[in-house]
Ligand binder design. Structure first.
Ligand code: NA7
Length: 540
C-alpha cells in the first residue's frame, strides 16, 4: 500500500440486511463508508434465494429493522410471515428511503483482502482488479450466502435445466408440464416441494436425510390488523428486545422454547403420548422437554413423530421413509405449509437415498443404485457453507500474512463474540461464528452487532486508537463458553450433520457455531466488554 490516505474510513462487504444497516449507521457517525456488493442489487440472501415458496420463519413485524420508526410505520407487510418477494421489496424500499445506493458499488465481488500492519489499513481487491483501501472492514457477507454444490458425478452432463434454490433465476422458471427432480430436503427443499408439486407434471424428491418440520399457517393480515400492531410498535419492539431469540411472537424458535417447558416424554404413559399426537399431530410428537438433553427421549419422540407422519401420508412405505434418524433440534427448526400432504399427490414420488444412493447425474436424469429417473429439470436445494463460508471464499490475509481461510480450516471456526478473529485486526464480522444468529431472529441479532461495531469505531476515533484486535485467549474462552452452553444437549450429537456445526460441509471442522445464551444476555456481555474499555481486545 502507498502512503496515500485510505480511500474510505470503512469498507463494508455485502448489501443485505446487515450491510444496509451498517452503511446507514456508519454514515450517521460520520465515517466515509463504501459498500461492495457482488450482486447487481441489494438484498443479500433475499436477493438470491428467490425460489418458489421462499419465506421467512419469523413474523414480518419482527423480522424487520427496528432502528427507524419512520420505516417501520411506512412499510406495509401483507402477510404474517413474509415471502421472499416482499422482503426483497422491503430492502429496496429501505435502500431508497435512506438514500443508500450512492455509497454501494454493485456487481463488485471482493476476492482478496490484505491488512497492511504499517499503514494499519486493509486493501480489498475485486474480481476485476479494482482495489479499495480503508482502516476498517465490516464483513456483512452473510451467514447463509455461499451455496454448497454437491459433488455428484455427471452433474455437468445433464442436458435438461439445472437450478439451485440459492441462485434462482430472476425471471422465474415455468415448471408446468415438466418432470422435475429436487435434491435436498432442508428448509429450502421443504418450502419449495409443495409449490413445485402443483405445477410439475411429475416431481421426484431425492431425500438423503428426512427432516423434522412443523406444520404452519401463514396468512394475510386481516384488515386493520397491521395498523393496530403498528400503533403499539414500541411495545412490540420492547418485548422483542427482552426475548432470548429476538422475536417475542410465535415462531419456530418460540415453539422450541415452549417444548422446553413441557413435561418429559420418558415419564409420559403411552396414552398421554397418543393423546399428544391425537390433539396436536406432528407438534404433539415433539412437545416434550427431555428431548433436548436425553438422546433416548429424543429417539422416542422420533418414533412418535413417525406415527404422526403416518397419519398424514397415505402410502406406508413413503411415510416410513419420511421419518428422520438424526435427533430433533440438532438442526435449525423448519416450518412448512403442506409438506407431508404433498406426498399424497399422484404426481409426487419420494426417492429414499438411504436405501438407494445417487450414483450419478446422467444426460437425461438421475441414476441411483437401483433405478433411473428421467427428468427435464433438476433443482438442487443442497444448503450452504454457513457462517464461515463467505469470508473463506475471500483470500483474507491478516497479521503476518496469516490466511483466515487456512486458520478456520485448521483450527475450526474460532471467533471472539462472533465479532472479530485474533490475528485479523480492524476486521469486524457481523454474526460470525459464536454469535447468536443461528438460533435467533437474524435481524435483531445483526442490529445489535451493527450498533456495537459503530459505537466501537466511534470510541477508537475519539481516543486516537488505530487498531483493535481480538486476543487469542479471549477468543478461546468465548468459544469454550458458547460450546459449554450446548454441551448437555443433543446439538452436539455425532449423528447430526447440520450447518450449525459444519457437519453438512465435507471436510469442515465440526464445532457448534452459535451462541445459545440469548440475545439480551449476549448484548449485556458485549456492552460490559465495551464499557470496560474493550476487554479481550488489544487496542493500539
Ligand atoms: P440445509 O438445511 O443444509 O439442507 C440441505 C439439504 O440438501 C439436506 O437435506 C441435505 O441432506 C441435502 N443434500 C446436500 N447435499 C446432498 C447430496 N449430495 N445428495 C443428496 N442430498 C444432499 O439447507 P437449506 O438451504 O434447506 O436451509 C438452510 C437454512 O436456510 C435453513 O436452516 C434456514 O435457516 C434458511 P443431508 O441432511 O446433508 O443428508
Amino acid at each position: 500500500m502507498s502512503d496515500a490516505a485510505p480511500d474510505f474510513d470503512v469498507l463494508v462487504i455485502g448489501a443485505g440486511f446487515s450491510g444496509l444497516y451498517a452503511l446507514h449507521r456508519l454514515r450517521q457517525s460520520g465515517f466515509r463508508t463504501r459498500v461492495l456488493e457482488k450482486a447487481e442489487n441489494v438484498g443479500g440472501t433475499w436477493f438470491y434465494n428467490r425460489y418458489p415458496g421462499a419465506r421467512c420463519d419469523i413474523e414480518s413485524i419482527e423480522y424487520s429493522y427496528s432502528f427507524s420508526e419512520e420505516i417501520q410505520q411506512d412499510w406495509v407487510w401483507t402477510e404474517t410471515m413474509p415471502a421472499q418477494p416482499e422482503i426483497e421489496a422491503y430492502l429496496n424500499f429501505v435502500a431508497d428511503r435512506l438514500d443508500l445506493r450512492r455509497d454501494i458499488q454493485f456487481s463488485t465481488e471482493v476476492v482478496g483482502m490484505t491488512f497492511d500492519e504499517q499503514a494499519a489499513a486493509w486493501t480489498a481487491r475485486t474480481g476485476v482488479g479494482e482495489s479499495f483501501t480503508a482502516p476498517f472492514v465490516v464483513a456483512a457477507s452473510g451467514i447463509l450466502s455461499v451455496p454448497l454444490e454437491p459433488d455428484i458425478p455427471g452433474m455437468a452432463n445433464f442436458a435438461g435445466t439445472s437450478l439451485f434454490t440459492s441462485r434462482w433465476p430472476k425471471e422465474g422458471v415455468d415448471l408446468t408440464g415438466k418432470r422435475v427432480g429436487v435434491i435436498g430436503t432442508g428448509s429450502s427443499g421443504v418450502q419449495l416441494i409443495p409449490v413445485v408439486a402443483r405445477d410439475a407434471l411429475q416431481l421426484s424428491v431425492f431425500q438423503r436425510s428426512p427432516t423434522y418440520t412443523l406444520p404452519w399457517q401463514v396468512r394475510p393480515f386481516e384488515p386493520g390488523e397491521l395498523d393496530e400492531m403498528k400503533a403499539r410498535y414500541g411495545e412490540i419492539r420492547a418485548a422483542q428486545r427482552e426475548h432470548p431469540i429476538g422475536a417475542a411472537r410465535l415462531s419456530a424458535f418460540s415453539v422450541l422454547l415452549d417444548m422446553l417447558a413441557s413435561p418429559p416424554l420418558k415419564a409420559a404413559p403411552r396414552e398421554d403420548q397418543l393423546r399428544a399426537i391425537d390433539e396436536n399431530g406432528i407438534l404433539g410428537a415433539l412437545n416434550w422437554s427431555d428431548i433436548f438433553f436425553d438422546i433416548d427421549a429424543n429417539r422416542m419422540a422420533a418414533k412418535l413423530y413417525g406415527e404422526a407422519v403416518a397419519r398424514i401420508v397415505k402410502d406406508p412405505e413413503t411415510a416410513a421413509s419420511l421419518v428422520p434418524d438424526h435427533p430433533f433440534a440438532c438442526k435449525r427448526p423448519i416450518i412448512d405449509q403442506g409438506y407431508y400432504q404433498t406426498f399424497n399427490r399422484d404426481n409426487v414420488t419420494l426417492v429414499d437415498l438411504r436405501k438407494s444412493p445417487i450414483r450419478e447425474v446422467t444426460t437425461t436424469g438421475i441414476r441411483t443404485e437401483n433405478e433411473s429417473h428421467e427428468l427435464d429439470v433438476i433443482i438442487y436445494a443442497t444448503g450452504f457453507d454457513a457462517m464461515t463460508g463467505a469470508l473463506s471464499r475471500i483470500d483474507v490475509r491478516g497479521r503476518d500474512g496469516r490466511s483466515l481461510r487456512e486458520f478456520w480450516a485448521s483450527e475450526g471456526p474460532l471467533s471472539y463474540l462472533g465479532l472479530a478473529v485474533a490475528g485479523f485486526p480492524n476486521l469486524f464480522t457481523i454474526q460470525g461464528p459464536g454469535g447468536p444468529s443461528p438460533s435467533s431472529n437474524f435481524v435483531a441479532a445483526l442490529e445489535q452487532h451493527v450498533e456495537w461495531i459503530s459505537d466501537c469505531l466511534e470510541y477508537l476515533r475519539a481516543n486516537g486508537i488505530r487498531t483493535i484486535e481480538a486476543l487469542a485467549t479471549a477468543q478461546q474462552e468465548w468459544i469454550d463458553h458458547a460450546t459449554s452452553l450446548v454441551a448437555a444437549t443433543v446439538l452436539l450429537h455425532p449423528s447430526c450433520n447440520s450447518w450449525y456445526n459444519g457437519g453438512n460441509v465435507p471436510g469442515k471442522k465440526r464445532m457448534y457455531m452459535g451462541y445459545t445464551g440469548g440475545i439480551p444476555e449476549y448484548r449485556r456481555r458485549c456492552d460490559d466488554i465495551a464499557t470496560a474499555g474493550y476487554t479481550g481486545f488489544k487496542l493500539a
